[in-house]
Ligand binder design. Structure first.
Ligand code: SF4
Ligand code: SF4
Ligand code: SF4
Length: 248
């Protein structure tokens, strides 16, 4: 089998994460060739059997590129939160221009089309969440593909991993932590290092947004602060969240 790591609009941090996996890449190379990886190879081959796609299309050419990747590859993996949920590029879809300008320090981003998850355009076989993705989950995914087994993302919150690590709770200390609504899989790395979870793995299936929002309002966070926290990694859920905020 051979793989390709291909970028659409994004920071290319997930490609860099691949490069950071020197030991693991040597292991992967025993079973798979890396045929296409612009950051690491001068000569790239096409097609590839497994396409790891980071980022998301933000113009017509990238949509065409994504459709070709899907057509030519047996397996398409959405690599990282930009590909999985729209991630950082999707911030601009859901905010008023004024709000977007505030986040980008007064410089409005030039994104000509809405940035959406890859699944809006093509069938996606596997998703690796995280900004960037978790190395452990990538290893699990590759093992599953090689053995022809299924791969399932975690369907519980970062709080579960955080509690298992016996961390103190930053939400209880007054910080706006997105852990209760965010998909586990990162071993709660941020709260384990005394920083609140920003929600970079996106929401999980049964996330209780209403409960989380009520707690944050009771803690004294403003509706704007809550909407801003949700706007970073919850593209698909934000409309619903804003509707609830208006009701509260
Ligand atoms: S998921 Fe994060 S690290 Fe990966 S490409 Fe997107 S912004 Fe960069
Ligand atoms: S610190 Fe955050 S992630 Fe950890 S238990 Fe508290 S709310 Fe959950
Ligand atoms: S703790 Fe939250 S912000 Fe940090 S890596 Fe995990 S999901 Fe992302």
């Amino acid at each position: 089998m051979n793989i390709g790591i291909i970028s659409l609009s994004c920071c290319e941090g997930c490609s860099v994460q691949f490069l950071n996996m020197e030991k693991e890449i040597l292991e992967i190379l025993k079973y798979m060739g890396i045929n296409n990886f612009r950051l690491a190879k001068e000569i790239n081959e096409w097609p590839v059997e497994i396409a790891f796609v980071e980022g998301t299309p933000t113009n017509r050419d990238e949509i065409i590129k994504l459709l070709k990747i899907r057509k030519d590859s047996k397996i398409l993996v959405a690599l990282g939160t930009c590909a999985a949920t729209g991630g950082v590029p999707a911030i601009v879809n859901t905010l008023e221009k004024k709000e977007a300008m505030k986040i980008y320090n007064g410089v409005p981003p030039k994104i000509p089309i809405d940035a959406k998850p890859l699944k809006y355009y093509v069938d996606v076989d596997y998703i690796l969440y995280g900004c960037p993705f978790s190395k452990e989950e990538l290893k699990e995914l590759i093992t599953s593909v090689l053995l022809g087994k299924g791969f399932r993302n975690k369907r519980y919150s970062v709080c579960v991993e955080c509690t298992l690590r016996e961390n103190g709770c930053l939400l209880e200390e007054g910080y706006l932590c997105m852990g209760p609504v965010t998909r586990a899989g990162c071993k709660a790395i941020c709260p384990s290092n005394n920083t609140q979870c920003l929600g970079c793995r996106g929401p999980y299936e049964d996330a209780n947004f209403k409960g989380h929002i009520r707690i944050l309002l009771e803690m004294g966070f403003s509706k704007d602060e809550i909407a801003e926290a949700y706007s970073i990694f919850s593209y698909e859920e934000l409309k619903e969240v804003i509707a609830w905020l208006k009701e509260e």
